[in-house]
Design a protein around this ligand. Structure first.
Ligand SMILES: C[C@](O)(CO)[C@H](O)COP(=O)(O)OP(=O)(O)OC[C@H]1O[C@@H](n2ccc(N)nc2=O)[C@H](O)[C@@H]1O
Ligand SMILES: Nc1ncnc2c1ncn2[C@@H]1O[C@H](COP(=O)(O)OP(=O)(O)OP(=O)(O)O)[C@@H](O)[C@H]1O
Length: 292
């Protein structure tokens, strides 16, 4: 199974709700940076990850939780060994755990011979995490509610990205809480209307998409990791059209004009000392799917 990472091209965050979540307006965009998830019949259920740093095993792993949730709901399914090859940065704001959960849902349904629909898997996924439904869907989509209510965005443009990975992760709830704190004491920047991004995507112009990139969580992520400001500046100085913190961060996504520009920006950024490592990626990519 292959499970794609996401970038939020636009992320507007509403006030804190009574249930501890925030209403969002997100433009999700799946990219071809993906984890490999192998699911095989086993005597006892297990989840292993390589490299394992910062990733829990068993049902504490979102992929194990997903397999267990499907089994509970359908009252069928035998033990599985889930092996993850991690390429999506952990606690990086790119929904890596959600991607693995989506892959586990699709893979276990196939292995257990469960006739299901994307809608049913999305319902189960939404209970596991706000980003799981999009990891099932892939492509480019608008998410509302907690981010789990999706409608596809029609766009034929291929976007070329350089991803700057940070040495330290950021906890998603901590970043939302930091935004609430910043809003209590001041007026951190807010993204404009989502329609600007949708028009840029429909127009197929990477420069217009770059101009419309925005994320309400960026100020909070920078407040917790001030070095991200330097990474964003270094990416643009290296030739990217624009940069944005992905989701709750700390990964910085830099949009480039084309594949050649992305390769050049990646090379220069790698030597800038402003991030742990860099990756090149393109999108949109499909949602969690069986490969090979
Ligand atoms: C930042 C994003 O990645 C943007 O796509 C997502 O909103 C986060 O999605 P996720 O990691 O799947 O988040 P969840 O596992 O659903 O929630 C983790 C925590 O993040 C905060 N959270 C998440 C989603 C949301 N709409 N509002 C929130 O305030 C809550 O504190 C929640 O307890
Ligand atoms: N399969 C998994 N891969 C990575 N982390 C996992 C997984 N399952 C559970 N976790 C736990 O969830 C935490 C957040 O993981 P993840 O890598 O999905 O963060 P993220 O990409 O910032 O999330 P998001 O962008 O959806 O907010 C990790 O620190 C880890 O403890």
């Amino acid at each position: 199974m292959q499970a794609p990472a996401k970038i939020n091209l636009h992320l507007g965050v509403g006030p804190l709700r009574d249930d501890g979540y925030h209403d969002l307006v997100s433009v999700f965009h799946a990219v071809d940076l993906a984890d490999d998830v192998v699911i095989a019949p086993a005597v006892r259920s297990s989840v292993t990850c390589e490299p394992a740093d910062g990733v829990p095993s068993g049902t504490d792993n979102l992929a194990g939780a997903a397999a267990a949730a499907l089994r509970r709901r359908r009252k069928t399914g035998s033990p599985v060994a889930i092996s993850i090859t991690k390429r999506i940065p952990v606690a990086g704001g790119m929904a890596g755990g959600s991607a693995d959960a989506a892959a586990a849902l699709v893979g276990c349904a196939a292995l257990w011979g469960i006739e299901t629909t994307r809608g049913e898997l999305i319902d189960i996924g939404a209970e596991l995490g706000s980003d799981v439904p999009f990891a099932l869907t892939g492509g480019t989509a608008v998410g509302t509610g907690r981010g789990e209510r999706l409608s596809p965005v029609l766009s034929r443009i291929r976007l070329h990205w350089v991803l700057a990975l940070s040495a330290e992760g950021l906890s998603t709830p901590a970043v939302f809480a930091e935004l609430d704190r910043l809003r209590e004491i001041g007026d951190p920047p807010r993204v404009g209307p989502v329609e600007t991004m949708l028009a840029a995507l429909a127009g197929g112009d990477a420069a217009a998409v770059a101009a419309a990139l925005g994320n309400d969580l960026q100020a909070a992520a920078i407040s917790l990791q001030p070095g991200l400001r330097r990474t964003l500046r270094a990416g643009v100085a290296a030739g990217a059209l624009a940069g944005v913190v992905s989701g709750s961060g700390p990964t910085v996504a830099l949009l480039c004009a084309d594949a050649e520009s992305a390769a050049a920006v990646a090379a220069e950024l790698a030597g800038s000392g402003t991030c742990r490592s860099v990756r090149v990626a393109t999108g949109p990519a499909p949602g969690a799917r069986v490969v090979g």
